[in-house]
Ligand binder design. Sequence first.
Ligand code: NAP
Length: 441
Amino acid sequence: MAEDKNAVGVAVLGLGNVGSEVVRIIEEDAEDLAARIGAPLQLRGIGVRRVAADRGVPVELLTDDIDALVARDDVDIVVELMGPVEPARKAILAALENGKSVVTANKALLAQSTGKLAEAAEKARVDLYFEAAVAGAIPVIRPLTQSLAGDTVLRVAGIVNGTTNYILSAMNDTGADYESALADASALGYAEADPTADVEGHDAAAKAAILASIAFHTRVTADDVYCEGITKVTAEDFESAKALGCTIKLLAICERLTTDKGKQRVSARVYPALVPLDHPLASVGGAFNAVVVEAEAAGRLMFYGQGAGGAPTASAVLGDLVMAARNRVQGGRGPRESKYAKLPIAPIGMIPTRYYVSLYVSDKPGVLSSVAAEFAKREVSIAEVRQEGVVNEGGERVGARIAVLTHRATDEALSKTITALEGHDAVSSVASVLRMEGAGE
Ligand code: NAP
């Protein structure tokens, strides 16, 4: 493209899954983008590790000198698509300090450093946009920061990690155990070579921190998010879920809580939960993502779509890029970080939820009532209980399994009950403890 002195200069850092799609769209849709922005976008450079002629872009655009690229006078907007936390943090901070607006998809970084990055953007009076950092193509950051800016968000709950949703959907649909569902997901490219960040819930926790921060006008970091992954979910848990009319999903839940004393707090948590089949998140299958937002006046809103992948994520990045470029051309800035509410974080012990608990016990008279007594002592009220015999390979009855569904109880009360049950003479093991989403009191 010929040099245009009105052009908005763009540097893209990263030419991987997302970066290569972003570069492609900037080039292929140049005319439309220019018409929407009011000036053309001009790609000034692309930051990579490997500078080579075989990368599908003019080699003169490529550089491994990120520091120099983000400091160039003819760059107005830096699009960071390198990940992970470093070197992205250093590059973004340098870009902001150099007066460039920044668009990033880097959830791991944002969940750690929102404060510092937002402060640098504020100081330089530039934009910092990150729609692609949560749920890929799905617009959820902009609805929360702009469309719902006049409402009070009460809750944001979603499936924000496609890898774990793919694994859990396969376990639900085929009866597979966790290990074989993970192996299939890896073979089909739905899980990375090292799936730890996904299956341990860290990726979802980073997204929960970002969602909670913007929904509740409070800085929430990944360290504030209670996090359990899916590695302990069993095929037997899915059988139990089915018997209860549920499936199991890894949920990221951000909630505004009002305590007994009328004080407001924020809870952000990630864990596998039983989801009733009539809940809108139950039917979100495979690698798809969905986020349900509940706001005081708007009621319930649902956002659904592709949560990852080069092109879908690039769509969200381009949306941010067009916004940031328009602001450059027309003057002004988009919404900045809003943290005025400064709500304290609620510890997981305070959170009231319904629970499903499955236990193996000895098959003796009175066991069921003594187990029930442990729940009652800690004010965990039982809604439903089922007991079935356990037989060995020879058909001989060797014990029993008790499955309990509770009414709402705090995590603290439930944890104390589980500790007591684990030390109970008649309990041979606590097989599983799962929280239940929605589904009344
Ligand atoms: P990727 O395919 O691994 O690409 C990373 C790119 O960054 C590569 O082009 C790499 O250069 C470049 N890079 C890495 N370290 C660098 C360094 N030190 N100096 C210069 N260049 C460096 O990653 P991706 O999947 O596109 O993801 C990019 C970002 O988007 C990450 O923050 C990710 O979390 C986020 N994101 C991704 C998705 C998705 O579906 N992939 C969805 C949402 C958000 P070389 O090519 O030379 O190695």
